[in-house]
Design a protein around this ligand. Structure first.
Ligand code: 6PG
Length: 251
């Protein structure tokens, strides 16, 4: 069952998301001495990352113990304006004192299948999972941030992709027709093993899809965001009022 938080506007959503990340980091560090965080791409999280890099928030996290991953990446070089890594690096990663080896970039410039395989290997290494073990990690990421497109995709899990219903691989490459590009994405196998999964969704144009994903019956293949159902972790939706406009929220 998802917990839904609705904020009056995009600014309060950004502040609420940054506060949640700071809380999650403190809880993770108290629990096991580090914070493993998968960043979302796209535009919505950008101001959240920028806020975390601001003077008020930067000091709230012990960045030396933070491990950064990406939920997905476009298959472009790291200096390409479409790169999710470039966005995160520009607004946060170059401003926070994170040890560079703790930032795990998806190598979008490499052959997609190899990049996906290598990324899964890096994830397995950090999460202490044997390279050959089947199924989800026994200890998942502490926090996975996700956005959602107005077609119900999340990360680079787009409608109809095999990755949406994958049961073994943690990371997959796929050619995304609607985006006319290759993408590399975490699959629900590793996303659903996380301790916390948080969707950040803003704006009226997402309202109908938010309603369909949260209230509708469609299968994940049609609405991949519905494939995000943490096995034991917490699922939260942080929405601004326009994105929540079609939901009936019991007060
Ligand atoms: C990406 C993201 C993608 C994004 C949604 C929403 O690589 O584009 O991972 O899943 O979160 O498309 O994007 P916006 O936040 O820009 O609306």
């Amino acid at each position: 069952m998802a917990n839904i938080s609705v904020f009056p506007d995009s600014e309060s959503l950004v502040a609420g998301a940054a506060d949640l990340i700071i809380r999650s980091a403190a809880q993770a560090m108290a629990r096991h001495g580090r914070f493993t965080l998968a960043l979302a791409g796209g535009d919505t999280p950008r101001p959240v990352y920028a806020r975390l890099a601001g003077a008020d928030c930067l000091k709230e996290i012990d960045w030396s113990r933070v491990f950064i991953f990406f939920g997905d990446e476009r298959c472009v070089p790291p200096y390409d304006p479409r790169s999710n890594y470039l966005m995160a690096r520009t607004v946060l990663l170059d401003k926070a004192p994170i040890p560079r080896p703790n930032i795990y970039r998806i190598h979008g410039e490499e052959e997609p299948e190899k990049a996906a395989k290598d990324y899964e290997g890096a994830l397995r290494h950090v999460l202490g999972e044997d390279a050959l073990s089947d199924g989800p990690p026994s200890v998942g990421l502490d926090l996975v941030l996700l956005g959602m497109g107005d077609n119900g995709h999340t990360a680079s899990l787009f409608p109809g992709l095999a990755a949406v219903t994958e049961t073994k691989r943690w990371v997959m490459a796929a050619y995304v027709e609607v985006a006319s590009m290759w993408r590399i994405t975490m699959t629900p196998v590793v996303i659903n093993a996380a301790r916390q999964v948080v969707f950040l969704v803003s704006g009226a144009k997402k309202a109908h899809m938010v309603k369909r994903v949260l209230d509708g019956p469609s299968e994940p293949v049609v609405l991949p965001a519905r494939a995000v159902r943490p096995a034991s972790g917490e699922l939260l939706w942080l929405l601004d009022k326009p994105a929540a406009a079609e939901l009936r929220i019991d007060s």
